[in-house]
Structure formats: structure tokens, C-alpha cells
Ligand binder design. Structure first.
Ligand SMILES: Nc1ncnc2c1ncn2[C@@H]1O[C@H](COP(=O)(O)OP(=O)(O)O)[C@@H](O)[C@H]1O
Ligand SMILES: [Mg+2]
Length: 448
């Protein structure tokens, strides 16, 4: 794909480790597996369904997974119950281990369309550099399971391969990848995102929402979206060299009724100049009418390889994301720390009060004001398994609701008599801050 310029690859490889990796890869490559020879502009769609992981090795030619170039002879680990596509612009040979992994080749891909989207974005970045303005702000929307997150990943990777440093904004509180479910945030992308990347070591800014759907507290969700948009503008204003790179915004798959209003509001808040609508003509038309000439609306095709996930699969993916936060991925060997916090050393809050009728509220208070109310939580046994976000705020004088969070703990036990909360944490020692915000989300995989 020389015409796109993306061939000017910036590899993530650490040169020192490369020789060692290649020796290991050759040993793995000799294991029994299945080889696939791909023609130019085709992709190998791989579904790891079994209980064990799979390995993918590029034996010859050039190929990429969602925009991240494969390094020849280097093993790519695919976790169980994941899917991906190895795409090639010029042809390649791929080996998959074990042989039993389900995979098929397709020559019907929307990659040419997607690379055109990338080219248009790159032209806007060049213009932004020339005119010293902010780069393109692009939002990807569509129903669930149409490949929104995958397209964001592809566009970010293509940008990084040209030496750009785009920002990724994830507004998906259910299946987002910036942090654990129940959050929205920004990642400053400085290297290509691999298929097994946990994304935990990119510079990030995370806000705690506390539920896996925006419908739980729309007012809070929109307040945090607006706060995130402000933070992005400030970040770009302070670091002008970054602003030309623009950002890609991922969204939830809720596109009807209030979900539609949320998307439109978010697009206006971020002042998007382009919205890519995946696979939904009605949504495309509604947005064309709504935005007129204020934003470019593009209807993009969905890849036939995108997997539709059942509710239970989505719930499992959320649980796995939280588990990975505490334990690292399967092969990392990390175990979380368990330590005690005295009730007197911490303050726990919940955001949003019960939906009381206006007649029950103090004079002058509207029902939606309760949505942003900070409510003191008294620790009790019912908190066991619940996630608590650690606020960056130093005191309650700050606006806790709109302050970013710096990490998460999970409640392991509550000893009401000793007034002690036992928590599970990815890092050892005392908490760096003492204000904790209660999430609706729980994590059950706690060691006994
Ligand atoms: N071309 C493809 N071939 C195989 N799997 C794909 C392809 N594109 C996306 N997927 C997989 O489909 C699933 C859903 O895609 P995703 O981008 O998460 O959808 P959405 O964000 O719209 O819900 C993901 O597991 C992703 O890895
Ligand atoms: Mg998604």
C-alpha cells in the first residue's frame, strides 16, 4: 500500500530483544500448526475459541493486524476467546499454532475504504501543521458489534506509523479499552497498538462513571464527557506540537432514543469535524440532517469479519478486563496485593442520589441535580467485591465528581467491628490518595 505512505513503518521492536525473540520464534515456528498463503488485499480471520491461547507467526511477506505491522518470525500471542484479522496488502504466508484454531481467508474487506479514511485524516493533519491549528477530531459511531473499536485502533495505528501522536478518546463505558469498564478517558498513543496490548502503560487520563451503560446516569455521563473534552483542549493548548495530530473518539453502541442524543451531545461537546458512521444508513441520514455543514458525516461499511457478541460474551469481556487490571494478562504472572485500610483513613462516596420526586427535594433543587450529588458511603459487608476508584483529589474541597481517578481497588472484606476495609490492589503499600468512589461494578475472582 505504498500510496498511503503507511509503509514507512515505525516498528515497536526493541532491537536488543529482537535476536532473542527470533530464536524463540523459530523454536515455536517448528511446532505443528497450519500455514496459510494469502493473496494481496486479503485477510485471514482468526477465532480462538478454545480454552488455550494461539500463536500467529508471519513466515513471509508483509501483514498487519488492525493496522499494527507484524514482524517476520516474531510470535504474536492471541488470547483465548478473541478474534482478529491478519490483513496483507501485497501477499504473505502466515502460520497458526495449533492447527485446530478456526481461521478462514476472505478477499472481501473494507480495508481500501478504511485506508482512504486514514489518508483524508492525514491530509487534515498536514493542513493543521501548516496552519498551526488543531488536528482532525473524528468520532466513530454505530450499533454494537460493527467494528467501531477496531476501526479506531486501525486509524490510530496508521497515524502512529506515519510518526503522528494521536489521542484516543474512549467514551464506551461498557467495552472501552482505555481503562476498566465504568470509565471514560483519553490515551495518548505513542506506539502502535498490538493485538495483545493491554494499553495500561500509555499516558492516560481516566474519569470514573461507575456503570457499564450511560443510561444509568445520563447527566453524570454527559458531565464527564464535557470534562474530558475540556481536558483535551487544555492538553493541546499546553502542548501545541500534539494538537496537530488530532484525536479519534470511540463511542458506545447505544444509538437510539437517549443513546442518539448522547452521541450528538458528545459530538458537539468535542466539536468533531468528522463522524464516521459504521453500517447504519438511518443514523447517517439523521446526523446529516442534524449537523448540516457543521461536520462531515461519512457512512462506512462494516467488515464481514466482525464478530457479533452475545450479552454473556460482553459481560465476560468486561470481567476479563477487570481481572487483567488486577492480575495482568494470563502469562504475566502478576498477583494483586491485599491490604487493610482503616475506615478513619479513607472516605468513600457514591455519585448520584436516588431519583426523588421534586416535592421531596430541598427548595430550588431539580431532580437532575441529584445525579451529580456526592453521597457518603458507610462501609458495610455489602461492599464486598465492589470496585472503588481512587480519586486524584486531595480533599473534598475539590470537585470529586469531575476529578480524574488514578487507579482502582476491589473490596475484599469489610470488618465492621475492627473498622477495617480489606482491598485488592495491583500495587503494594498504602493508597496514594484517601478519597474512594464506589462503582456499580463488581469483581468476583478474588483469591481465598
Ligand atoms: N476483520 C475482522 N476479522 C475478524 N474479527 C474482527 C474483524 N474486525 C473486528 N473483529 C472482531 O470483532 C469483534 C467486534 O469488533 P469491535 O471493533 O469490538 O466492535 P464494536 O466496537 O463496534 O462493538 C472484536 O472482537 C474484533 O476483534
Ligand atoms: Mg467497541
Amino acid at each position: 500500500m505504498a500510496s498511503t505512505g503507511v509503509d514507512v513503518t515505525r516498528s515497536n521492536e526493541d532491537e536488543d530483544g529482537l535476536v532473542e525473540q527470533r530464536i524463540k520464534a523459530r523454536a515455536v515456528a517448528s511446532l505443528p500448526g497450519k500455514e496459510y498463503k494469502l493473496e494481496a488485499e486479503t485477510e485471514l480471520r482468526i477465532e480462538v475459541r478454545s480454552v488455550s491461547d494461539a500463536k500467529v507467526i508471519l513466515l513471509q511477506g508483509k501483514a498487519e493486524i488492525f493496522g499494527c505491522e507484524l514482524v517476520s518470525d516474531k510470535v504474536v500471542d492471541m488470547r483465548k476467546r478473541t478474534t482478529c484479522a491478519v490483513f496483507t496488502w501485497h501477499g504473505c504466508t502466515i502460520k497458526i499454532i495449533p492447527e485446530s484454531v478456526y481461521a478462514y481467508v476472505s478477499d472481501k474487506t473494507p480495508m481500501q475504504f478504511y485506508v482512504n479514511l486514514h489518508e483524508a485524516l492525514e491530509q487534515r493533519r498536514c493542513k493543521a501543521v501548516e496552519n498551526n491549528t488543531d488536528g482532525p477530531v473524528t468520532m466513530v459511531i454505530g450499533p454494537t458489534d460493527v467494528g467501531k473499536s477496531t476501526l479506531c485502533r486501525l486509524l490510530l495505528n496508521y497515524a502512529v506509523r506515519l510518526g503522528r501522536l494521536p489521542t484516543f478518546i474512549d467514551l464506551d463505558v461498557g467495552q472501552g479499552i482505555v481503562s476498566i469498564p465504568g470509565t471514560i478517558g483519553a490515551l495518548h498513543i505513542n506506539r502502535t497498538i498490538t493485538v495483545s496490548d493491554g494499553l495500561d502503560d500509555y499516558p492516560s487520563l481516566v474519569f470514573h462513571y461507575g456503570s457499564n451503560t450511560p443510561s444509568t446516569n445520563v447527566k453524570l455521563y454527559m458531565t464527564l464527557v464535557s470534562r474530558l473534552a475540556d481536558s483535551l483542549r487544555k492538553y493541546w493548548a499546553n502542548l501545541p506540537s500534539r494538537c496537530h495530530n488530532g484525536c479519534i473518539i470511540n463511542t458506545c453502541g447505544w444509538i437510539t432514543d437517549v443513546g442518539y442524543k448522547i452521541i450528538v451531545d458528545a459530538a458537539e461537546t468535542f466539536k468533531v469535524d468528522q463522524i464516521i458512521v459504521l453500517d447504519n444508513e438511518r443514523l447517517y441520514n439523521d446526523l446529516m440532517i442534524h449537523f448540516g455543514s457543521n461536520a462531515e458525516i461519512v457512512l462506512a461499511p462494516k467488515s464481514g469479519g466482525v464478530i457479533e457478541r452475545a450479552q454473556s460474551t460482553r459481560a465476560n469481556a468486561r470481567a476479563l478486563r477487570i481481572k487483567t487490571y488486577f492480575y495482568g494478562d494470563d502469562n504475566s504472572g502478576y498477583t494483586p496485593h491485599v491490604y487493610e485500610l482503616a475506615f478513619s483513613d479513607i472516605q468513600i462516596f457514591k455519585v448520584g442520589g436516588p431519583n426523588l420526586p421534586t416535592s421531596c427535594l430541598p427548595l430550588g433543587m431539580k431532580p437532575e441535580d441529584a445525579a451529580l450529588k456526592l453521597i457518603n458511603v458507610v462501609p458495610e459487608k455489602s461492599l464486598i467485591h465492589r470496585i472503588l476508584a481512587v480519586s486524584a483529589a486531595l480533599s473534598t474541597d475539590e470537585d470529586i465528581v469531575q476529578t480524574a481517578v488514578i487507579g482502582f481497588v476491589c473490596v475484599y472484606d469489610v470488618d465492621v467491628n475492627r473498622k477495617i476495609l480489606k482491598v485488592l490492589s495491583p500495587s503494594p503499600g498504602a493508597l496514594p490518595r484517601h478519597i474512594l468512589i464506589l462503582s456499580d461494578l463488581s469483581f468476583y475472582d478474588i483469591p481465598s
